[in-house]
Design a protein. Structure first.
Lengths: 611, 638
């Protein structure tokens, strides 16, 4: 019930429109319940041979129909508006919430599971809130108004007819109790089918490489069968309730025939009244039938709502501080460099992991300094740099930029101060120009090209089918890793000039003060790498730089080196110092860095068929 | 966001009709195929038909019954007749109840079964499609065929199709009942039919495009959402949430506008039909009333008529409702049909040859040419490999070296039969790969793709993925042999650590090592290497694993000290097997038995490291470039 009431909360902004739509429905139904009475009167006039009276009632009936039509059109237009508004609100709310959630959340949830919530579950909820609920209200109105009309005309017969009504309520309730969990199970099982399919299709190369088609098929078949069984359970529950809801009005019809018929013979009621009653009960069949259907939709919507709230109720771990707690970073001033970073006794544990990724790490980076981070696989290099833009928050300790705890900053403002170049850069389905200008949407074409030139991307971009207007990304042209990295460098370059380094006065302090590089040059061949290194030097200029280094050439770009080992700082110093005193560092440098990329990988873009 | 809308002038009407007919071509066959899938459940289908007839019959009963009740029971005051009628009515209703219950169960069962079967069929089909196909199609799009489109079909089959049949039956039954009650009144009632037909047709035509537009806009929303989820890291890093929210709202507005159009259409159509039914009742009462006063018909007939009209107009409204679900269901069927009708270009031979035993592992490219786009008319084929003649001796390691897009990966693809040559042959121990079953071939191979894709599950499960029935001992053994013990044991739960979706909770280096172990476990288990076959055992020195290894070396996914482990692991992997390596590391290239330099689809040089350096050709040039790049680095070394 809690879930259902919360879903109704989405209607709150439309209270007024809802009220209008309710009044229109009430009026339309009020008019509608008059028609059986009119039909009854017409029948009595016919029986009496009163032609004039018959015409009067027939005309009244026709006018009533017109009134009803006008009211219904109005009701549909208003209700449609409400339904579409609710739909959009729901979707915006979910999307906005996903945008606010921290990355730890996305690590735990499969994309397929999130997608099925945003599509299947969302549409179940909006269908019910938008249309279903209107039908429910309208059907209930019909039942109540018809009951009132019947009671006014002949209380005893009305009472007899309405005997099955409480049964309908009872059946509906019983259905609710049993149907909801079954629906929820079925929906969850279908989401698992999606996840299973997505995994196999994305990894099709590996599946084929290991001749594992049969095994994957078997696993998928099991997921499908599981979903089938769950759906079947929901179907069985559905099948035992819905027809009963439809059957009960038939009992009422029988009562009208039996009791009402005797009353006609006894002359307690007229033949017209009998007819009116019969038509009333007939009129109830459809609303009760749709009540049953809508109850089912309501069940589905509630089950879906519960799944949506699983996401919506997950409060973002990383939120902007409010009011007095909110601080801003000091701006660059003449003679005082900015961008100092301090990791103060930081411990980080990823969700659902036992061992911390970082333990008691303390590192100070001076403003404008370039620090390389080296270490074995899993030593915590990526974890360390992810703390800076607050992609994760540490369990213990603090991260400070220019003396300010990053948790005291507005996350968006904080992230504008940090440019990140990933080792596997993601591009959006958009043109090359739009991707480069991602961090600076107002950039001119000249600025975009300038950034691309400095990142050594201009040459290959001009060779693409539509140059800077070529659509790349998931549903566009696929670029090689090296090409994507150069675009990522251009993207970072365009985020703005480093504070205090702008040629023109007044530009100072616009761009990110800190650069985070995750060995961005690793996927290109030796010749291209030299070009990129030149580009990198340019992005680094005047910025505090943290670089996760996989190669000696990258390490040599740095002033100091931090050596991480199993989530702890093993040593800090210049390359020369470390070579002399750290055995771990010597080992890493000797065996890990000298001989990496010899030749290029495929650099040719492949045409991707539009979906 | 502007979707190019076709100009919709009057002149394009015929073109429009033609376009629609073309778009729906093959639907009949597809629907037949879909129903063909129901054949195994014929028994249930027959029961469904019976249940449908019985429940529809029960729904039609009230009108004739009330007519008889009024005329026979009430008019004559015959209470016994009335009681009999009521009893009959209750019995019919009970039959209807049971029939409806059976109907709901059967429809639910058949719908869920059919769609489950269809899901499995699509999945199986996708697994048989060649890698080249999957390279062109996005996984998300393919998966949505199995989910969203199948869901739309399920909606159509389990609710709309039954409603359609039941509505048609109700309509037909009502027409018969009306005619039986009174021919003249019935014919007058039927005059509303042309009005209804024209109105419904106009509504239908107008709504086709409106509903298509709502589907398009919702598709755009889904695509945007999918991309946002994939790119969430970048969005966070640049703090660009606002821009994505704005774009999303924009797409939402488009969808809302499209939906509003359907609201207008529905608001015009359904109340009009409702009014028509009231009008019909008025006419019946007026005309029939005068006749009744004249004594031409009984009042019972009039009451019966009013009752029966409900069953006449009800189904018409239902049918129009069904049409929308039908549209999206048919669109889904089209998409699924298109997918299933794509035939795999890589099929197993009808009479496969057994993999030679003992398998020596000699691979031979016999004048192999490979080009794209050759099948499409009017498209010039792009030649990727041009007359490649190459012998990879059994047990030898061959390093493929070449500049960007030279054709190295294509050679690897042909060797694993992820693609077939356009001309020429690829032979394994003298047998054309096309004569072997793909699974027989690949189960003798260990393949390491560049990015170590992992499945959700534990590290151990991912390693065991290499071969059916791999035991825990074999997994542990493989980990030891590639020297990944220390690194993998350091994971939170060692080999039982869950790797997360696509292995995201492991680092690239860890993934790479898992992929190595997985490749090592493929092929024959160590203790059974060669089995009783002495020659095989000697050949592989009892080490087991795949006879042939195809490895696309990761460029820099493996970092620092792990690198040394990788080199050692690589030596283990390569030892005693035929190996094709798309090499990026000089250390790998140096130790290869044969270096093959590929340039623009041709083999330009081959030989050992020293030989090629001496020749001073393409390889020597590449090597010089590399040396230049690492000079600084070398100078800085202790």
């Amino acid at each position: 019930m809690g879930t259902f009431r919360r879903l109704l909360g989405f209607l709150r902004p439309y209270r007024r429109l809802w009220a209008v739509s309710f009044v229109l429905a009430l009026l339309a139904m009020g008019v509608t319940v008059l028609s059986p009475a009119l039909i009854g009167h017409a029948i009595d006039r016919i029986r009496d041979g009163d032609k004039g009276g018959l015409t009067e009632f027939a005309v009244a009936l026709a006018l009533l129909g017109i009134g009803r039509m006008v009211l219904t059109i109005g009701r549909r237009l208003v209700a449609g508006r409400v339904s579409l508004g609710v739909e959009q609100d729901l979707r915006d709310r979910l999307y906005g919430h996903l945008q606010a959630l921290d990355l730890g959340f996305f690590d735990r949830w499969q994309t397929g599971q999130l997608m099925s919530r945003a599509t299947v579950d969302l549409s179940a909820v909006r269908f019910f809130l938008g249309y279903g609920l209107v039908f429910v209200v309208q059907s209930l109105l019909t039942v109540v108004l018809a009951a009132i009309a019947m009671t006014i005309q002949q209380p005893l017969l009305a009472l007899a007819c309405l005997v099955p009504a409480p049964l309908i309520v009872f059946v509906g309730h019983a259905y609710g109790v049993r149907g909801r969990p079954a629906q929820q199970d079925a929906q969850q099982a279908v989401a698992e089918v999606t996840a299973s399919a997505e995994e196999s299709i994305s990894g099709i190369r590996v599946v084929k490489a290991f001749a594992a088609e049969d095994r994957r098929q078997e696993a998928f078949g099991e997921a499908v069968e599981h979903a089938f069984q769950k759906q079947l359970r929901a179907v069985r529950i559905d099948a035992s309730f819905q027809p009963v809801v439809q059957f009960l009005p038939q009992i009422s019809l029988a009562i009208v025939l039996l009791v009402g018929g005797r009353m006609v013979v006894d002359d307690t009621i007229s033949l017209g009244q009998f007819t009116a009653f019969f038509v009333y009960v007939m009129m109830l069949v459809q609303p009760l039938r749709s009540l049953g259907v809508m109850l089912g939709l309501g069940q589905r919507a509630t089950a879906s709502g519960a799944r949506l709230f699983q996401v919506l109720d997950r409060a973002p771990d990383i939120v902007a501080p409010e009011g007095a707690a909110l601080r801003t970073l000091p701006l660059a001033t003449e003679g005082a460099a900015i961008g100092a970073v301090e990791f103060d006794d930081v411990t980080l544990r990823y969700p659902d992991q036992d061992t911390p990724a970082l333990s008691d790490v303390s590192v100070s980076v001076l403003a404008g300094e370039r620090v390389a981070i080296v270490g074995q696989t899993g030593s915590g290099k990526t974890a360390l740099v992810q703390l800076l833009p607050r992609l994760y928050d540490p369990e213990r300790g603090r991260v400070l930029i220019d003396g300010v705890d990053v948790r005291d900053l507005d996350p968006t403002a904080l992230r504008h101060e940090i440019a990140i170049i990933d080792d596997d850069p993601f591009l959006f389905t958009a043109t090359v120009a739009e991707n480069i200008a991602y961090a600076a949407p107002g950039a001119t074409r000249a600025e975009i090209e300038g950034a691309a030139r400095r990142a050594r991307a201009h040459e290959f971009v001009t060779e693409l089918p539509d140059g800077y207007d070529t659509v790349v990304g998931e549903r566009g042209l696929t670029l090689s890793g090296g090409q994507r990295q150069r675009l990522a460098i251009a993207r970072a370059l365009l985020a703005g000039p480093a504070p205090g380094t702008a040629e023109r006065p007044g530009d100072a302090g616009q761009g990110p003060r800190i650069l985070v590089l995750d060995d961005a040059t690793s996927n290109v061949d030796a010749s291209t790498e030299q070009e990129i290194t030149a580009g990198l030097r340019e992005v680094m200029r005047g910025r505090t730089t943290l670089v996760i280094a996989h190669r000696l050439s990258t390490v040599l770009l740095a002033d100091r080196v931090v050596v991480l080992h199993q989530g702890r700082v093993a040593d800090v110093g210049t390359h020369q110092d470390l070579v002399e005193r750290s055995e771990l560092y010597r080992e890493i440098v000797t065996y890990g860095m000298a001989d990496q990329v010899f030749l290029s990988r495929e650099d040719r873009p492949t045409e991707v068929q539009e979906a | 966001m502007s979707t190019p809308d076709a100009p919709r002038g009057r002149g394009t009407f015929l073109a429009d009709v033609r376009r629609r007919r073309a778009a729906t071509r093959g639907r009949g066959r597809r629907i037949r195929n879909l129903f063909g899938m129901l054949r195994p459940y014929r028994g249930r289908l027959v029961l469904l038909g019976i249940a449908l007839l019985l429940s529809t019959g029960a729904m039609l009963a009230p009108a004739p019954l009330v007519q008889r009740a009024v005329d026979d029971g009430l008019a004559d005051g015959d209470l016994d007749a009335l009681t009999t009628l009521v009893v009959a009515f209750v019995v019919i209703s009970l039959i209807g109840l049971v029939a409806s219950m059976a109907l709901a169960r059967l429809v639910g069962w058949l719908g869920a079964r059919l769609l489950s079967d269809l899901r499995e069929r699509i999945f199986r089909h996708l697994l048989t499609m060649p890698v080249a196909y999957h390279e062109r199609q996005r996984a998300g799009v393919l998966v949505s065929r199995m989910t969203n489109d199948v869901d739309a079909l399920q909606q159509m089959i389990s609710s709309s199709l039954v409603t359609l049949v039941q509505s048609l039956l109700l309509l037909a039954g009502s027409i018969v009942i009306l005619l039986t009650l009174d021919v003249k009144l019935a014919l007058i009632t039927f005059t509303t039919i042309p009005v209804l037909l024209i109105g419904s047709l106009a509504f239908r035509l107008a709504s086709v495009d409106a509903f298509a537009r709502t589907r398009e806009t919702i598709g755009a929303i889904t695509a945007h959402l999918q991309e946002t989820l994939s790119g969430v890291r970048v969005i966070r890093s640049y703090g660009r949430e606002r821009a994505h929210l704005d774009r999303f709202t924009e797409l939402g507005d488009d969808n809302r506008a499209a939906n509003m159009k359907t609201v207008y259409l529905n608001a015009a159509y359904f109340p009009a039909v409702e009014y028509l039914s009231t009008a019909a009742i008025v006419i019946v009462l007026l005309v029939g009333g005068h006749e009744a006063i004249a004594g031409a018909v009984t009042i019972g007939v009039l009451v019966g008529f009013v009752t029966a009209l409900d069953n006449f107009f009800g189904p018409i409204t239902d049918l129009s409702n069904v049409y929308t679900t039908f549209q999206s269901g048919m669109a889904a069927l089209d998409k699924i049909g298109d997918l299933l009708e794509q035939e795999s270009t890589l099929t197993d031979p009808e009479h496969p040859v057994a993999v030679p035993s003992p398998l020596r592992g000699e691979l031979r490219f016999d004048h192999v040419t490979f080009s794209y786009g050759a099948t499409k008319a009017g498209v010039t084929a792009t030649t990727v490999l041009d007359d490649v003649d190459l012998v990879i001796p059994a047990g030898a390691t061959v390093a493929l070296v070449g500049a960007t897009g030279a054709g190295k990966s294509t050679i690897a693809k042909l060797a694993t039969r992820f693609a077939d040559p356009t001309e020429g042959r690829v032979l394994l121990d003298g047998v054309d790969l096309r004569d072997l079953r793909q699974n027989d071939l690949r189960s003798r191979m260990g393949i390491v793709p560049q990015e170590g894709y992992l499945f959700s599950g534990t590290v151990a499960e991912n390693i065991a993925f290499g071969r059916i029935g791999a035991t825990r001992e074999e997994v542990e053994d493989a980990v030891d042999r590639i020297g990944a013990r220390e690194i993998l044991d350091a994971l939170p739960r060692g080999l039982d650590t869950t790797v997360g979706e696509r292995g995201t909770s492991l680092s690239a280096g860890q993934r790479q090592l898992v992929a190595f172990a997985r490749a090592l476990i493929a092929g024959t288990p160590a203790d059974r290497a060669g089995g009783d076959d002495e020659a095989q055992r000697t050949l592989h020195r009892g080490i087991g694993g795949p006879a042939i290894l195809v490895l696309d070396e990761a460029t820099a996914n493996v970092d620092l000290r792990t690198e040394r482990r990788i080199e050692e692991a690589l030596a283990t992997l390569l030892e005693g097997r035929t190996a094709i390596v798309i090499a990026h590391r000089l250390s790998t290239i140096r130790t290869a038995d044969l270096i093959v330099v590929v340039d623009r689809g041709r083999v330009v040089e081959s030989g050992s490291h020293e030989e090629l350096l001496q020749q001073g050709g393409a390889y020597a040039t590449l090597h010089r470039d590399w040396q230049h790049g690492t000079e600084d680095a070398a100078a800085a070394l202790p």
